[in-house]
Design a protein around this ligand. Structure first.
Ligand code: ASP
Ligand code: MG
Length: 856
């Protein structure tokens, strides 16, 4: 009897360390006792991203630092795996070839999709060589097979190259040299995910995240008993756990449901991987490498069929195109002409809504992106048919379920979540599997949380609902355990402070610790200005000023407060936005350095500025050229002057003899991605030649802190490394303006509990202050950890809506929070509230502004 196959797929983080490879070897060995094992692996984590970046760098001139990084990454893993020179030889050959290819790209300054595919395939080609060595060393009978021999992509003559090489589709048909044949006699095969070949033998990719699809294709081709996708989470969840840690694991799903979830935003699986396994009826399991015995999601043909909402998911960065035309009314064939335009240019349309005079669609795959030739050509064709509006990056929020329309009556209350939010398009899937709403990007996270709280919150029971993400992650190593927060040790002091009612507490020791860490980690930064708008308590200002920080102010009142608190010596930077022009004069008078947001104030108050030295704040997001036709580019934000329009400022400055001595850009806030600042630095360095008087470059703030479980802290060392790679900054002083980073973690909000009440099956825990104290959840849907400080350490038992006393439906501090049994008089602690907490408080409902005290 022939031995059946099982397919195992391991993603990037699951192949990134020797320990993970040991776990893979264990799993393979266990499966190999009953099955033959077909092992599909991704590139080592971050490698595919780095290859993409290397390509961009090569196009811009030089990718050598990325090549060095890639070499180091693979060599280090090879060291950890104990591989010898012979094992490493093929990896080294690949890296040499990569370096050569990238030098070629640097010479020609272009990279075709075909070449991109070849470069990106190095990640998986290399990881499978390392894996082969590791598994052989573990004593397994394993052979390595090149997936490109077995997976042949299909494309038509009109398929654009970007699709043909980078988003290829492989039909589930046995290749002439089928996988079983390629395996020979070996019990175990290791092969690459993500890569396939075109009919004429070139490397093609299945799209980012495509290794899942490779595994599914092999499982289908082999008629495997099952396909296991090993990754860094337990499976698919009822929503994105990073938004809502109370998201529940979906333990069983049917193929179409899982496919819908994956397509609509659940990032765990590549959407195209469900098709092949469904066709071949191979069950697919998603499992957590870090918790191999833990629960999982199993996806198969049969399953529950009762009407239900399974999940609320969202996708970001979705382009929305609307076409308004009067000629559509009653015109046979008009829609087909419109859709024909997208088809001709290889653009795939996802959601659709029509009216008498308008068609609105979202796009789910645009070869070359919105700036690429395909989209620009399509736009030109559409403009011949009517007036086109493009919103380049909307969000689609979807409720996914079965028989979702029969669930509609239950949705009643959840529609309140849409109030005040523009919904650009609503769509109900024809299969009754989802209801989707296209909204502005910023509205999506909060909408998801609100809808999830209504539909899947409060501990609902169903056979397919497993443990919550927070329950699953607490005991495992998937998330590095956080060191116990500072406030645990100061619990008694905090509880006695809260005896007098709501209070903000800021621990200055934590503020100092953060400030010192920043100074040490980023030695190349010449000047640091604390963004005092985050928390302007006098003790906080003095604490950071004592450590050598200047202060960044955004109003004349902040300037005055800074001077009054910290004296005349502290350097001040005044970076307002749309402020009354008199405030500039006040800032100059107080000895602050002034940063302009555009040329207007120079015209408004020439006497204030004549002969002065100023900085200029730029908006690096705007003016990318290809956005010309796009109505809502990054240009919609009110900050900074467009980077491609500096002439206007330079002219206005020259006329007044104003010298621009500094350039400033601030990319956003809460950023955990370490290369954000080096990118800004590079952008600003590129403008240096235009500003002969330049002395400093300010990279803004935005340094993020960990807010939700599962987030990885900003790696300051990586920020420093990235900054070191930026050229063209010699002789300039580098500046940053951290706010949140310094004060967020040191601050907590303490709130006595007023009432605990069950209403309509939902538990509400009431706090003595709500959005009047902490506005962030209501304003941005921000997530703050909430703990019962009085009962710290007691087991989590209830799931509750934590609400304040303000007469607003939106007065919710946290949805769906897991707490111990809670009673009136207990003290709740809201974490991470030192930044943008007290300063945003209001006197709404005449409750008075909650006091703030400092410790240490
Ligand atoms: N390495 C590829 C990527 O990062 C494919 C995958 O891991 O699924 O997109
Ligand atoms: Mg993946």
């Amino acid at each position: 009897m022939t031995v059946p196959w099982v397919v195992l797929k391991y993603g990037g983080t699951s192949v990134a360390t020797p320990e993970r490879w040991a776990a893979i070897a264990d799993r393979v060995a266990a499966c190999a006792t009953t099955h033959r094992v077909w092992l599909v692996v991704s590139a080592v984590s971050q490698v595919s991203n780095r290859l993409e970046r290397a390509l961009d760098e090569a196009v811009a001139g030089d990718a050598s630092t990325s090549v060095a990084w890639l070499t180091e990454r693979h060599e280090a893993l090879a060291d950890g795996l104990g591989l010898d020179a012979a094992d490493r030889a093929p990896v080294r050959a690949l890296l040499d070839e990569l370096a050569t290819l990238l030098r070629g790209v640097a010479l020609t300054a272009e990279a075709s999709p075909r070449l991109r595919a070849r470069v990106l395939s190095f990640g998986e080609l290399a990881s499978t060589w390392l894996g082969l060595g590791a598994l052989r060393r573990a004593g397994l009978d394993v052979t390595r097979v090149d997936a490109r021999r077995l997976l042949r992509a299909e494309a038509g003559p009109a398929t654009p190259d970007a699709t043909r090489y980078l988003e290829a589709r492989v039909p589930t048909r046995t290749a002439p040299d089928g996988p079983a044949a390629a395996a020979g006699a070996a019990r175990v095969v290791i092969t690459q995910g993500f890569i396939a070949s075109t009919a004429d033998g070139h490397t093609a990719l299945l799209g980012r995240g495509g290794s899942d699809t490779s595994a599914a294709l092999f499982a289908a081709l082999l008629g495997a008993d099952r396909c296991e996708i090993w990754t860094d989470v337990h499976g698919l969840f009822t929503t994105d756990p990073r938004l809502l840690p109370s998201a529940r694991l979906l333990t069983r799903l049917r193929y179409r449901e899982a496919e819908e979830l994956a397509a609509l935003g659940a990032k765990v699986l590549h959407p195209r991987c469900l098709g092949p396994v469904a066709q071949a009826r191979v069950p697919l399991e998603v499992r957590n490498t870090a918790d191999p015995q833990g629960p999982s999601t199993r996806i198969e043909a049969d399953g529950d069929d009762e009407p239900a909402v399974l999940a609320v998911v969202h996708r970001q960065g979705v382009p929305l195109v609307s076409l308004h035309t009067l000629s559509m009314w009653g015109q046979p064939g008009y829609l087909s002409r419109l859709f024909g335009v997208f088809a001709t240019h290889g653009i795939s349309v996802d959601l659709v809504a029509t009216s008498q005079a308008a068609l609105t669609v979202t796009l789910d795959h645009v070869p070359g992106g919105l700036g690429g030739p395909a989209f620009q050509a399509a736009l030109a064709d559409l403009e011949a048919l009517g007036t086109v509006t493009v919103r380049p990056a909307c969000a689609v929020v979807s409720m996914v379920g079965r028989h979702i329309r029969t669930v509609l009556p239950r949705l009643g209350g959840s529609f309140a979540a849409f109030e005040e939010r523009g919904v650009h398009l609503v769509s109900a899937s024809s299969e009754d599997l989802n209801l989707s709403f296209v909204v502005d990007a910023d509205d999506a996270p909060r909408l998801v949380r609100d809808l999830h709280a209504h539909l899947l919150g409060g501990g609902v029971q169903a056979p397919w609902l497993g443990p919550s993400w927070s329950e699953l992650t607490t005991p495992t190593e998937a998330v590095p355990a956080r060191p116990s927060p500072w406030w645990v040790a100061r619990r008694d002091a905090l509880l006695s402070l809260a005896a007098d009612g709501p209070v903000w507490v800021q621990d200055l020791a934590v503020v100092r610790e953060r400030a010192r860490a920043l100074v040490t980690a980023l030695p190349q930064i010449g000047a640091r200005f604390y963004a005092m708008k985050a928390n302007d308590h006098p003790d906080v200002l003095r604490a950071v000023v004592d450590l050598g920080f200047g202060l960044e102010c955004v109003s004349a009142a902040e300037v005055a407060h800074a001077r009054a608190t910290c004296g005349d010596a502290v350097p001040l930077l005044f970076t307002p936005n749309f402020c009354p022009v008199e405030e500039y004069a006040a800032a100059f008078a107080a000895g602050a350095e002034v940063v302009l947001d555009g040329p207007d104030v120079l015209h408004q108050a020439p006497a204030t500025f004549r002969g002065r030295a100023v900085g200029l704040r730029l908006d690096p997001g705007g003016g990318q050229g290809h956005h010309a036709k796009v109505t809502t580019a990054g240009a919609r934000t009110k900050f900074g002057h467009p980077i491609d329009d500096v002439d206007r400022v330079l002219d206005a400055a020259r006329a007044l003899d104003v010298r621009i001595v500094g350039l400033h850009a601030h990319v956003g806030s809460g950023i955990l991605e370490p290369t954000a600042w080096s990118r800004t630095a590079r952008t600003l360095a590129g403008l240096r030649a235009r500003f002969p008087d330049l002395r400093w470059v300010d990279l803004g703030g935005g340094l993020g802190v960990v807010e939700r479980p599962g987030q990885v802290a900003l790696d300051l060392d990586a920020v420093a490394v990235a900054l070191r790679g930026v050229e063209g900054l010699d002789g300039l002083e580098l500046r940053i303006e951290p706010g949140r980073y310094l004060v967020s973690e040191g601050g907590v909000l303490l709130l006595p509990v007023t009432q605990v009440r069950d209403k309509g099956g939902v538990t509400f825990v009431g706090a003595a202050a709500g959005m009047d104290a902490l506005l962030r959840p209501a304003l941005y849907g921000a997530w703050h950890g909430i703990h019962n400080l009085s009962r710290w350490g007691e087991p989590p038992t209830i799931v509750a809506e934590v609400v304040g006393p303000i007469c607003e439906t939106g007065d919710v501090l946290g949805h769906d929070r897991v707490l111990p049994i809670t009673a009136p008089g207990d003290v709740l602690l809201v974490e991470n509230t030192g930044a943008y907490g007290h300063v945003m408080g209001s006197h709404y409902n005449r409750r008075g502004v909650v006091r703030q005290v400092t410790l240490g």
